[in-house]
Design a protein around this ligand. Sequence first.
Ligand SMILES: Cc1cc2nc3c(=O)[nH]c(=O)nc-3n(C[C@H](O)[C@H](O)[C@H](O)COP(=O)(O)O)c2cc1C
Length: 147
Amino acid sequence: MSEPLYQLVYYSRNAVAGDEATFAEAVDAILEASRRNNPAVGITGALLFNAGCFAQVLEGPLSAVEATFERIQQDERHGDVSLLALEPIAARTFGTWAMGFVGRSAENADRFAAVGAGSGFDPERLGGQRIHEILRDLTLQEEALAA
Ligand SMILES: Cc1cc2nc3c(=O)[nH]c(=O)nc-3n(C[C@H](O)[C@H](O)[C@H](O)COP(=O)(O)O)c2cc1C
């Protein structure tokens, strides 16, 4: 019926200078653009911020995933964008999320600290599969809290 689905995982380093409020505003703007653009092209996913790094999973039709990632890569709010995985998937993990965000609430920070402790959140070492799992677990917990 529909186009094959792909999943892309990358991480990057925050390049937003300034205090926490400036950063929170930048994240709000990123999420606003994501939630405006992604549904129109069939993209779902999740974005994590921790220890100065973003990690993001994008899932959807290949052409949409590639076009969105192309735009994201050129965004000056982050740098050192490193692709960790781009592969076909049987089904979406973040089907209800135009772009879930984890990393702001204290609860999530604690949970994430537990998950990331072993690696000190080194996305390169964690790898695409593990980052995908972390984002899945955190967004599911967030969803349960919101319910
Ligand atoms: C870490 C990060 C994640 C982003 N994720 C998305 C995304 O999922 N979808 C999206 O459309 N833009 C995303 N953006 C924003 C894009 O880089 C770009 O600013 C935006 O798509 C422009 O959209 P507009 O022309 O509709 O304002 C992200 C930016 C950053 C820094």
